[in-house]
Design a protein around this ligand. Structure first.
Ligand code: GAR
Length: 204
């Protein structure tokens, strides 16, 4: 089986990265990680990658004079590793339209809300503040607008009366770890037909 080559971009703990790593260990999973890139040298996700024998790269955004130069550097590294799909997994930098265009329909993100609700930072906190009774997470293709683009998979969780931001985020994270590898498998398996800003068809 020819496996889809993934670049995973992180900024922090990398629990979603870990979920992808674990799935990639299964012989019949249709993707493999060729590099993990972090904008922060201290990101624990880098340890997770190293423990799995995956190449890591730190590209410190503070070393670049603007977003365009930083994104250019990331793009060049991703291309050099031969990645075919770029997965944002807790990558907490805004990406330039140029980068998004280079990776059109080959760049995906996970967000801790049921988009289009609660874009931006602190999805679980926004859900609590809005008083919704169902929260969740979304994997989507990236478009120029933040936390926007064709939705691949969503998962819902209940909001419980005594939830804190932490307890709700933890419940959502369990679902993130399930749907992110599933979304990658759908793309790698050629199951999705993208029609502009929507997934128009799921082939089976
Ligand atoms: C995840 O909850 C992810 O959905 C969120 O950051 C967390 C990263 O956790 N991403 C965003 O909020 C992007 N807007 P992880 O490093 O343990 O995977």
């Amino acid at each position: 089986m020819k496996k889809k080559k993934l670049a995973v971009l992180i900024s922090g703990g990398g629990s979603n990265l870990q979920a992808i790593i674990d799935c990639c260990k299964q012989p019949d999973y249709p993707a493999e990680i060729v590099c993990v890139i972090s904008n922060k040298a201290s990101a624990y996700g880098l340890e997770r990658a190293k423990n799995a024998g995956i190449e890591t790269v730190v590209i410190d955004h503070k070393q670049y004079h603007d977003r365009a130069a930083f994104d250019q550097a990331m793009h060049e590294r991703i291309v050099a590793y031969g990645a075919e799909l770029v997965c944002l997994a807790g990558f907490m930098r805004l990406i330039t339209p140029w980068f998004i265009e280079q990776w059109h329909n080959r760049l995906i993100n996970i967000h801790p809300s049921l988009l289009p609700s609660f874009k931006g930072l602190h999805g679980p906190r926004q859900a609590l503040e809005a008083g919704v009774t169902i929260a969740g997470c979304t994997v989507h293709f990236v478009r120029e607008a933040m936390d926007d683009g064709p939705i691949i998979i969503q998962a819902a969780v209940p909001v419980l009366p005594d939830d804190t931001e932490e307890s709700l985020a933890a419940r959502i994270l369990v679902e993130e770890h399930r749907i992110y590898p599933a979304a990658i498998a759908m793309i790698a398996g050629g199951e999705l037909v993208i029609d502009g800003d929507r997934i128009s068809r799921y082939k089976h």
